[in-house]
Design a protein around this ligand. Structure first.
Ligand SMILES: [Zn+2]
Ligand SMILES: [Zn+2]
Length: 342
Protein backbone atom coordinates (compact mmCIF):
# COMPACT_ATOMS: atom_id res chain seq x y z
CA UNK A 1 0.00 0.00 0.00
CA UNK A 2 1.26 3.41 -0.99
CA UNK A 3 -0.22 6.59 0.37
CA UNK A 4 -0.21 10.26 -0.41
CA UNK A 5 -1.97 11.25 2.77
CA UNK A 6 -1.45 11.10 6.47
CA UNK A 7 -4.30 10.73 9.02
CA UNK A 8 -4.06 11.76 12.66
CA UNK A 9 -6.50 12.30 15.51
CA UNK A 10 -7.10 15.95 16.33
CA UNK A 11 -7.16 15.39 20.10
CA UNK A 12 -6.19 13.02 22.87
CA UNK A 13 -8.66 10.05 22.99
CA UNK A 14 -10.41 11.70 25.98
CA UNK A 15 -10.89 14.95 24.03
CA UNK A 16 -13.47 15.74 21.36
CA UNK A 17 -13.27 13.32 18.43
CA UNK A 18 -11.85 14.43 15.10
CA UNK A 19 -9.50 13.24 12.39
CA UNK A 20 -7.32 15.40 10.15
CA UNK A 21 -6.22 13.86 6.85
CA UNK A 22 -3.41 15.85 5.27
CA UNK A 23 -2.30 15.33 1.69
CA UNK A 24 1.47 15.07 1.43
CA UNK A 25 1.89 16.59 -2.02
CA UNK A 26 -0.94 19.14 -2.03
CA UNK A 27 -1.87 22.02 0.22
CA UNK A 28 -5.05 20.24 1.09
CA UNK A 29 -6.65 18.44 4.04
CA UNK A 30 -9.90 16.74 4.95
CA UNK A 31 -11.43 17.00 8.40
CA UNK A 32 -13.68 14.38 9.97
CA UNK A 33 -15.80 15.88 12.76
CA UNK A 34 -15.67 19.40 13.98
CA UNK A 35 -15.54 19.35 17.80
CA UNK A 36 -12.82 21.15 19.76
CA UNK A 37 -10.25 21.97 17.07
CA UNK A 38 -8.15 24.38 19.14
CA UNK A 39 -5.14 22.07 18.74
CA UNK A 40 -5.10 22.74 14.97
CA UNK A 41 -3.20 25.74 13.62
CA UNK A 42 -4.74 28.29 11.27
CA UNK A 43 -2.36 27.04 8.55
CA UNK A 44 -3.78 23.52 8.95
CA UNK A 45 -7.38 24.76 8.91
CA UNK A 46 -6.77 26.83 5.79
CA UNK A 47 -5.82 23.65 3.93
CA UNK A 48 -9.17 21.99 4.70
CA UNK A 49 -11.32 21.58 1.59
CA UNK A 50 -14.01 19.17 2.87
CA UNK A 51 -15.44 18.60 6.33
CA UNK A 52 -17.33 15.43 7.21
CA UNK A 53 -19.52 15.83 10.31
CA UNK A 54 -20.84 12.56 11.77
CA UNK A 55 -23.68 14.37 13.62
CA UNK A 56 -24.20 17.68 15.35
CA UNK A 57 -23.92 16.79 19.04
CA UNK A 58 -21.84 19.57 20.52
CA UNK A 59 -18.61 17.57 20.85
CA UNK A 60 -18.69 16.99 17.08
CA UNK A 61 -19.76 20.44 15.84
CA UNK A 62 -18.68 23.17 18.27
CA UNK A 63 -15.59 23.82 16.11
CA UNK A 64 -17.68 25.21 13.24
CA UNK A 65 -17.25 28.77 14.55
CA UNK A 66 -13.45 28.49 14.83
CA UNK A 67 -13.17 27.13 11.30
CA UNK A 68 -15.52 29.81 9.95
CA UNK A 69 -13.53 32.54 11.74
CA UNK A 70 -10.31 31.25 10.15
CA UNK A 71 -11.56 30.99 6.56
CA UNK A 72 -13.92 33.99 6.51
CA UNK A 73 -12.80 36.83 4.24
CA UNK A 74 -11.03 34.49 1.82
CA UNK A 75 -11.86 33.42 -1.70
CA UNK A 76 -12.41 29.82 -0.83
CA UNK A 77 -15.01 27.08 -1.13
CA UNK A 78 -15.52 24.73 1.78
CA UNK A 79 -17.81 21.73 1.49
CA UNK A 80 -19.49 20.28 4.57
CA UNK A 81 -21.22 16.91 4.77
CA UNK A 82 -23.54 15.91 7.60
CA UNK A 83 -26.63 13.86 8.52
CA UNK A 84 -30.36 14.64 8.44
CA UNK A 85 -31.15 18.24 9.39
CA UNK A 86 -27.58 19.33 8.66
CA UNK A 87 -28.50 22.13 6.26
CA UNK A 88 -30.71 23.64 8.98
CA UNK A 89 -27.90 23.22 11.53
CA UNK A 90 -25.42 25.11 9.34
CA UNK A 91 -28.04 27.74 8.48
CA UNK A 92 -28.66 28.22 12.22
CA UNK A 93 -24.93 28.61 12.94
CA UNK A 94 -24.57 31.22 10.18
CA UNK A 95 -27.71 33.03 11.32
CA UNK A 96 -26.06 33.55 14.72
CA UNK A 97 -23.81 36.31 13.36
CA UNK A 98 -24.39 39.72 11.77
CA UNK A 99 -23.19 39.96 8.19
CA UNK A 100 -23.95 43.59 7.20
CA UNK A 101 -20.26 44.31 6.43
CA UNK A 102 -19.54 41.41 4.09
CA UNK A 103 -19.41 43.66 1.01
CA UNK A 104 -16.31 45.35 2.43
CA UNK A 105 -14.32 42.19 1.81
CA UNK A 106 -12.79 41.73 -1.62
CA UNK A 107 -12.84 37.98 -1.35
CA UNK A 108 -15.85 35.88 -0.59
CA UNK A 109 -16.19 32.56 1.15
CA UNK A 110 -18.57 29.93 -0.25
CA UNK A 111 -19.94 27.18 1.98
CA UNK A 112 -21.45 24.19 0.25
CA UNK A 113 -23.49 21.83 2.37
CA UNK A 114 -24.47 18.25 1.59
CA UNK A 115 -27.04 16.58 3.81
CA UNK A 116 -26.81 12.79 3.63
CA UNK A 117 -30.12 10.93 3.88
CA UNK A 118 -30.77 7.20 3.54
CA UNK A 119 -31.70 7.46 -0.13
CA UNK A 120 -30.69 10.91 -1.35
CA UNK A 121 -28.32 13.84 -0.92
CA UNK A 122 -29.72 17.32 -0.30
CA UNK A 123 -27.51 20.23 -1.28
CA UNK A 124 -27.44 23.93 -0.53
CA UNK A 125 -24.94 26.79 -0.88
CA UNK A 126 -24.25 29.74 1.43
CA UNK A 127 -22.14 32.60 0.03
CA UNK A 128 -20.62 35.28 2.23
CA UNK A 129 -21.32 37.88 -0.48
CA UNK A 130 -25.06 37.01 -0.19
CA UNK A 131 -24.87 37.37 3.61
CA UNK A 132 -25.03 33.60 3.77
CA UNK A 133 -28.58 33.29 2.43
CA UNK A 134 -29.14 29.79 1.15
CA UNK A 135 -29.17 29.24 -2.62
CA UNK A 136 -28.85 26.42 -5.15
CA UNK A 137 -30.91 23.93 -3.19
CA UNK A 138 -31.16 20.61 -4.97
CA UNK A 139 -31.66 16.93 -4.41
CA UNK A 140 -29.39 14.34 -6.03
CA UNK A 141 -29.14 10.57 -6.00
CA UNK A 142 -27.12 8.87 -3.27
CA UNK A 143 -25.55 5.84 -4.93
CA UNK A 144 -23.16 3.21 -3.63
CA UNK A 145 -22.64 5.28 -0.47
CA UNK A 146 -20.48 7.76 -2.40
CA UNK A 147 -20.56 11.36 -1.16
CA UNK A 148 -17.28 12.58 -2.69
CA UNK A 149 -15.40 11.27 -5.70
CA UNK A 150 -12.48 13.31 -7.02
CA UNK A 151 -9.09 12.80 -8.63
CA UNK A 152 -7.49 11.71 -5.35
CA UNK A 153 -10.05 9.75 -3.37
CA UNK A 154 -13.56 8.45 -2.84
CA UNK A 155 -15.41 9.13 0.42
CA UNK A 156 -18.39 6.98 1.34
CA UNK A 157 -20.91 7.48 4.15
CA UNK A 158 -23.29 5.12 5.94
CA UNK A 159 -26.23 6.32 8.03
CA UNK A 160 -25.87 4.76 11.49
CA UNK A 161 -28.09 4.80 14.58
CA UNK A 162 -27.26 6.98 17.59
CA UNK A 163 -30.84 7.82 18.64
CA UNK A 164 -30.34 10.37 15.88
CA UNK A 165 -28.88 9.54 12.45
CA UNK A 166 -25.08 9.59 12.65
CA UNK A 167 -22.74 9.17 9.69
CA UNK A 168 -19.85 6.71 9.53
CA UNK A 169 -17.24 7.38 6.83
CA UNK A 170 -14.64 5.61 4.75
CA UNK A 171 -11.96 7.29 2.69
CA UNK A 172 -10.46 5.30 -0.16
CA UNK A 173 -7.45 6.76 -1.90
CA UNK A 174 -7.38 6.18 -5.66
CA UNK A 175 -4.92 3.73 -7.15
CA UNK A 176 -1.38 5.00 -7.60
CA UNK A 177 -0.49 4.76 -11.25
CA UNK A 178 3.15 5.28 -12.17
CA UNK A 179 4.58 5.30 -15.66
CA UNK A 180 7.78 3.34 -16.20
CA UNK A 181 9.97 5.98 -17.87
CA UNK A 182 12.56 3.47 -19.15
CA UNK A 183 9.86 1.45 -20.89
CA UNK A 184 8.45 4.65 -22.34
CA UNK A 185 11.83 5.37 -23.96
CA UNK A 186 12.37 1.89 -25.28
CA UNK A 187 8.91 1.93 -26.85
CA UNK A 188 9.75 5.32 -28.53
CA UNK A 189 6.66 6.82 -26.95
CA UNK A 190 6.38 10.58 -26.66
CA UNK A 191 5.38 11.94 -23.24
CA UNK A 192 2.41 14.29 -23.07
CA UNK A 193 -1.11 14.88 -21.84
CA UNK A 194 -2.20 11.46 -23.09
CA UNK A 195 -0.37 9.90 -20.11
CA UNK A 196 -2.83 11.62 -17.77
CA UNK A 197 -5.69 10.21 -19.80
CA UNK A 198 -4.06 6.79 -19.49
CA UNK A 199 -3.74 7.12 -15.71
CA UNK A 200 -7.34 8.28 -15.51
CA UNK A 201 -8.51 5.25 -17.51
CA UNK A 202 -6.76 2.99 -14.98
CA UNK A 203 -8.26 4.83 -11.99
CA UNK A 204 -11.71 4.68 -13.58
CA UNK A 205 -11.22 0.93 -14.09
CA UNK A 206 -11.95 1.04 -17.82
CA UNK A 207 -11.91 -2.46 -19.43
CA UNK A 208 -8.62 -3.90 -20.68
CA UNK A 209 -9.95 -3.72 -24.23
CA UNK A 210 -10.27 0.09 -23.96
CA UNK A 211 -8.32 1.64 -26.87
CA UNK A 212 -5.73 4.35 -26.28
CA UNK A 213 -3.82 6.26 -28.93
CA UNK A 214 -0.23 7.11 -28.09
CA UNK A 215 2.19 9.33 -29.97
CA UNK A 216 5.44 7.63 -31.02
CA UNK A 217 8.56 8.86 -32.83
CA UNK A 218 10.66 6.27 -34.64
CA UNK A 219 13.67 7.28 -36.73
CA UNK A 220 12.46 10.85 -36.82
CA UNK A 221 8.97 9.98 -38.01
CA UNK A 222 6.08 10.81 -35.70
CA UNK A 223 2.86 8.86 -35.75
CA UNK A 224 0.12 7.54 -33.53
CA UNK A 225 -0.20 3.92 -32.45
CA UNK A 226 -3.28 2.30 -31.02
CA UNK A 227 -2.89 0.14 -27.95
CA UNK A 228 -5.31 -1.47 -25.56
CA UNK A 229 -5.34 -0.46 -21.93
CA UNK A 230 -4.54 -4.09 -21.06
CA UNK A 231 -1.30 -3.99 -23.12
CA UNK A 232 -0.24 -0.68 -21.62
CA UNK A 233 -0.96 -1.92 -18.10
CA UNK A 234 1.33 -4.83 -18.75
CA UNK A 235 4.15 -2.92 -20.43
CA UNK A 236 4.13 0.64 -19.22
CA UNK A 237 2.38 1.02 -15.91
CA UNK A 238 3.02 0.14 -12.29
CA UNK A 239 -0.13 0.12 -10.17
CA UNK A 240 -0.29 0.11 -6.38
CA UNK A 241 -3.26 0.29 -4.04
CA UNK A 242 -4.00 3.51 -2.16
CA UNK A 243 -4.78 3.76 1.52
CA UNK A 244 -8.23 3.14 3.00
CA UNK A 245 -9.35 4.75 6.25
CA UNK A 246 -12.52 4.04 8.26
CA UNK A 247 -14.02 6.50 10.75
CA UNK A 248 -16.94 5.55 13.01
CA UNK A 249 -18.14 7.37 16.11
CA UNK A 250 -21.24 7.58 18.30
CA UNK A 251 -23.27 4.56 17.40
CA UNK A 252 -25.04 1.64 19.04
CA UNK A 253 -23.96 -1.98 18.66
CA UNK A 254 -26.75 -3.88 16.95
CA UNK A 255 -27.19 -6.05 13.91
CA UNK A 256 -28.13 -3.50 11.23
CA UNK A 257 -25.47 -1.05 12.40
CA UNK A 258 -22.75 -3.69 12.56
CA UNK A 259 -23.57 -4.79 9.05
CA UNK A 260 -23.34 -1.26 7.73
CA UNK A 261 -20.09 -0.53 9.58
CA UNK A 262 -18.41 -3.74 8.44
CA UNK A 263 -19.38 -3.10 4.83
CA UNK A 264 -18.21 0.52 5.05
CA UNK A 265 -14.77 -0.08 6.57
CA UNK A 266 -14.05 -3.51 5.07
CA UNK A 267 -10.30 -4.18 4.69
CA UNK A 268 -9.37 -0.62 5.73
CA UNK A 269 -5.68 -0.02 6.41
CA UNK A 270 -6.65 1.84 9.54
CA UNK A 271 -9.99 1.99 11.31
CA UNK A 272 -10.61 4.86 13.72
CA UNK A 273 -13.45 3.66 15.95
CA UNK A 274 -15.05 5.17 19.01
CA UNK A 275 -14.89 3.32 22.32
CA UNK A 276 -16.45 5.47 25.04
CA UNK A 277 -17.07 2.47 27.28
CA UNK A 278 -15.04 -0.41 28.67
CA UNK A 279 -15.78 -4.04 27.77
CA UNK A 280 -17.93 -4.70 30.87
CA UNK A 281 -20.16 -1.63 30.27
CA UNK A 282 -22.21 -3.12 27.47
CA UNK A 283 -25.55 -2.22 29.10
CA UNK A 284 -24.45 1.37 29.57
CA UNK A 285 -23.28 1.48 25.95
CA UNK A 286 -26.68 0.24 24.74
CA UNK A 287 -28.50 2.85 26.87
CA UNK A 288 -26.32 5.66 25.55
CA UNK A 289 -26.10 4.40 21.95
CA UNK A 290 -22.31 4.06 22.07
CA UNK A 291 -19.77 1.27 21.58
CA UNK A 292 -17.56 -0.50 24.09
CA UNK A 293 -13.87 -1.34 23.52
CA UNK A 294 -14.82 -4.98 23.00
CA UNK A 295 -17.45 -4.08 20.41
CA UNK A 296 -14.99 -1.82 18.56
CA UNK A 297 -12.54 -4.75 18.48
CA UNK A 298 -15.26 -7.09 17.20
CA UNK A 299 -16.24 -4.73 14.38
CA UNK A 300 -12.60 -4.24 13.35
CA UNK A 301 -11.99 -7.99 13.35
CA UNK A 302 -15.11 -8.77 11.35
CA UNK A 303 -14.32 -6.04 8.83
CA UNK A 304 -10.81 -7.45 8.34
CA UNK A 305 -9.10 -4.10 8.88
CA UNK A 306 -5.32 -4.01 9.19
CA UNK A 307 -5.07 -1.67 12.15
CA UNK A 308 -7.53 -0.49 14.79
CA UNK A 309 -7.26 2.85 16.56
CA UNK A 310 -9.85 3.37 19.30
CA UNK A 311 -10.67 6.83 20.67
CA UNK A 312 -13.50 9.04 22.05
CA UNK A 313 -13.05 7.48 25.54
CA UNK A 314 -15.47 8.54 28.28
CA UNK A 315 -13.88 11.12 30.57
CA UNK A 316 -15.20 9.07 33.55
CA UNK A 317 -12.42 6.60 32.77
CA UNK A 318 -9.42 8.90 32.68
CA UNK A 319 -7.32 6.33 34.54
CA UNK A 320 -8.17 3.50 32.15
CA UNK A 321 -6.44 4.64 28.96
CA UNK A 322 -4.40 1.43 28.57
CA UNK A 323 -7.40 -0.74 29.45
CA UNK A 324 -9.34 0.72 26.49
CA UNK A 325 -6.46 -0.03 24.10
CA UNK A 326 -5.82 -3.51 25.52
CA UNK A 327 -9.45 -4.65 25.51
CA UNK A 328 -10.04 -3.44 21.96
CA UNK A 329 -6.77 -4.90 20.71
CA UNK A 330 -7.29 -8.31 22.35
CA UNK A 331 -10.68 -8.71 20.71
CA UNK A 332 -9.36 -7.39 17.41
CA UNK A 333 -6.54 -9.94 17.44
CA UNK A 334 -8.91 -12.75 18.44
CA UNK A 335 -7.52 -13.25 21.95
CA UNK A 336 -10.96 -12.54 23.44
CA UNK A 337 -14.11 -14.06 22.04
CA UNK A 338 -15.92 -11.60 19.75
CA UNK A 339 -19.35 -10.27 20.69
CA UNK A 340 -22.25 -12.43 19.62
CA UNK A 341 -25.10 -10.62 17.86
CA UNK A 342 -28.15 -12.82 18.15
ZN1 LIG B 1 -23.30 11.88 19.88
ZN1 LIG C 1 -19.55 12.05 20.70
Amino acid sequence: MKSSFNASLVNDPFGDPGLLVQFLFQKRALLFDLGDISSLSNAELLKVSHVFVSHTHIDHFIGFDRLLRTVFGREKTLTFFGPENFIKNVEGKLAGFTWNLVDRYEESLTIKVVEVREDKLLKGTFRAIDKFKISGEEEVKFEDGIILNDSTCVVRAAVLEHRVPCLGFSLQENLHVNINKDRLKSMCVVEGAWLNALKQAVVEEKPDSYAIEMPVTREGISSFEKNTLGQLKENLIEISQGQKIGYVVDTIYNEPNSKRIIELVKSADIFFCESPFLADEETRGQERFHLTSHQAGTLAREAGVKKLQVFHFSSRHRDCREQFYNEAQETFLGKTKANCLS
